[in-house]
Ligand binder design. Sequence first.
Ligand code: UDP
Ligand code: MG
Length: 313
Amino acid sequence: MEKNLISLVIPVFEEETIIYENIITVKNILEANEINYEFIIVDDGSKDYTWVEIGRLKTHIINLKAYRLSRNFGKEAALCAGLEMASGDAVIVMDADLQHPPEVIPQMIKLWEEQSFEVVDGVKKSRGREKTLNFLSAGLFYKLLDKFSGINLKNASDFKLMDAKVVDAWRMLPEKDTFFRAMSFWVGFRRTSLEFEVAERTAGKSKWSVISLLKLAITAITSFSSIPLHLVSFLGSLFLIGSFALGIHTLYMKFSGAAVSGFTTVILLLLIIGSTLMISLGIIGEYISRIYNEVKRRPRYIISEEISNKKDN
Ligand code: UDP
Ligand code: MG
């Protein structure tokens, strides 16, 4: 019987120091477990020698497809490119820095083949060594997302196995701004999770800045929930009720001849209403900018070069 083909989708951004060895490590593990694989490596517009290093892999890996994006489109876009190019019976998405331990790949495949789960989610046992600030903000972000959209991503990761069916379903989602973790959850299917210990990065450093994480958080929340918009209406109604009470009070004071004093109230009201209005406008703006982005219908990424080393079988 022909063995199932597993596509490994790996987004890479400026990892010249580690990419070559790491891919060879993964390949050795796959071969030791007699897995029929193909590598889909997406270079997310690295400015260093990452693409050259990927080119060097050509002589060692028969089943290699690599794509170079024309600029840095971000990990989400790189993942989309990889998923679109994958042709395996199942696809495994993983990071290039071996923080997603390749040793658990055989287990993932086993869960898929033997127990016919269609998605195997890699779940972080602990979050590894992270800066406290990152840890706290990630915690807050997942809490918010869970509250707003009902999608619980605590300890979720981008390390996943997906059946070809799931990848097809994912490909049908048309939005340009994607959030892989939540979208792969949204499509449903029979899923299970597999715990893994987050490894240390083999070398190099994390590519996420506070700004890029913040952007991702806003994409995630605005694409999976409209509660912030309802919040605006809710606050509006609250202030309406408040203003009725205050209006009656003011009128009463005026007619009873005790007006004038009460500058504090005016200043407080100005501050509160002003800031609420601004935040509300900001939230609406956030959604409008997302609509604007989607309406432009630009491609998620642009490929500038590719390597295809397909084994003929
Ligand atoms: N990555 C990418 N594009 C980017 C940033 C990161 O393709 O703009 C890749 C990176 O090369 C790595 C993976 O995404 O394979 C995870 O990135 P990183 O290790 O920097 O993130 P962390 O592990 O800190 O979440
Ligand atoms: Mg990493």
